[in-house]
Design a protein around this ligand. Structure first.
Ligand code: UD1
Ligand code: UDP
Length: 381
């Protein structure tokens, strides 16, 4: 039997991590096969991931431009994706998350009457401007999608509350955990060494709503923490967005105990998370991964759509005010008990089998047999 094409569209670093398990699962399917279309909204950071996950795209739109604007990027995405979909006519398309690539791809698929599966559906802060523009991107993609692959119970509930048809919502877990568990089998992902008697804190930032003063405040907090704790080292892989790198370098470069480096490849980044005492980040994916490695996360944002990490007690929302960040980080550095309570390894985001579930659902739906999918909603989180 000829396998049916499923377009897998992604463009940024986190989408690549979370889509890679799906590409692998589709390759193993007896009925479906992946057609990988990368928008290359990111370039070097995407290529790092493609290499690690052994993915050679069928189409590479090569769309990244330095300091690209949202409207400009959206326009180029829609036109280029339209050209590809005139050529490939997949049975379905998978998109993941909340980036501009996701929204544009879902919209163009809709115009081509190609059904869309939204991976990591249903996360919400309920503030359309926070994260910006991602909350809106995710909500709009939800309107365009035909299958909603929600990672957790609360993501399922968010979708049902918005009136999404229950038979199109599936609780699958998050593919980020599939990727993490697989990657951890590789020796390069083993925890990097930290010198005896020293503690390392890993920091990442990149969110648009933190550009400018909030980001400068975060960097000042890092500086103050270093000054107050002589046993502390900071590893800070700097996102290449010029709005991020300029501020981070202005406030932190030259400090003897901060390492500002290029983005780490995925295995090196896992190794750094594993070695860290704790993590401070405004990243979505890092909020999901670090708890699974038993590392507390201080979330450098005013709101999060990953509320489960907060309610499980493995992450804390600390915002972007310098003194609050310093106070909460100092608490983790000083109080063994508070630290232990956050470093439990509890992982609310999945069990490592999300991609297999998603591919099974697609296989059944595309063959017209939709029985037994409801069982997924029983999965515990
Ligand atoms: C994008 C996503 C964000 C996601 C983040 C993950 C949108 C609107 N934003 O934000 O949701 O959390 O990716 O990292 O979709 N750049 C490089 N090399 C790269 C990647 C980026 O130089 O490999 C620089 C370029 O100057 C580029 C800029 O960063 O123009 C911004 O990239 P863009 O994808 O538009 O936004 P991010 O801030 O990376
Ligand atoms: N990551 C990485 N190298 C780094 C920083 C992050 O490989 O130097 C990975 C991280 O493990 C996670 C993903 O990139 O899987 C998160 O991407 P990012 O923070 O850029 O985006 P978000 O998740 O916030 O959308």
């Amino acid at each position: 039997m000829k396998k049916q094409d499923v377009a897998v569209v992604f463009g940024t670093r986190p989408e690549a991590v979370k889509m890679a398990p799906l590409v692998h699962a589709l390759r193993a399917s007896r009925y479906l096969k992946p057609v990988v279309i990368v928008t290359a909204q990111h370039r070097e950071m995407l290529d790092q991931m493609l290499r690690i996950f052994d993915i050679v795209p069928d189409y590479d739109l090569d769309l990244m431009r330095p300091n690209q604007g949202l409207s400009e990027l959206t326009a180029r995405l829609t036109l280029s994706l339209d050209d590809v979909l005139k050529e490939v006519k997949p049975r379905a398309m998978l998109v993941q998350g909340d980036t501009t690539s996701v929204l544009a791809a879902s919209l163009v698929a809709f115009y081509h009457r190609i059904p869309v599966g939204h991976v990591e559906a249903g996360l919400r802060t309920r503030d359309m401007r926070n994260p910006f523009p991602e909350e809106m991107n995710r909500v709009l993609t939800g309107r365009l999608a035909d299958w909603h692959f929600a990672p957790t119970r609360s993501a399922v509930d968010n979708l049902l509350e918005e009136g999404v048809r229950a038979d199109s919502v599936f609780m699958t877990g998050n593919t980020v955990i599939d990727a993490l568990l697989e990657a951890r089998k590789k020796p390069e992902a083993a925890a990097r060494a930290v010198a005896p008697g020293r503690r390392m804190v890993l920091v990442t930032t990149h969110r648009r709503e933190n550009f400018g003063e909030p980001l400068a405040n975060i960097c000042l907090a890092v500086r103050q923490l270093l000054e107050a704790n002589s046993d502390l080292d900071v590893l800070f892989p700097v996102h290449p967005n010029p709005n991020v790198s300029a501020v981070v370098h202005a406030v932190l470069s030259g400090h003897p105990r901060v390492t500002l480096c290029e983005p780490l490849d995925y295995l090196s980044f896992i190794s750094a998370m594993d070695a860290a005492y704790f993590v401070m980040s405004d990243s979505g994916g890092v909020q999901e991964e670090a708890p699974a490695l038993g590392k507390p996360v201080l979330v450098l944002r005013e709101e999060t759509e990953r509320a489960e990490a907060i309610s499980f007690g493995v992450a804390e929302l600390v915002g972007t005010d310098t003194s609050r960040i310093v106070q909460r980080a100092q608490n983790l550095l000083s109080s063994g008990e508070d630290y232990r309570q956050m470093a439990t390894g509890a992982s609310p985001f999945g069990d490592g089998h999300a991609a297999g579930r998603i591919v099974s659902i697609l296989e059944r739906s595309l063959s017209g047999n939709t029985s037994s999918e409801q069982g997924l909603l029983q999965m515990e989180t």
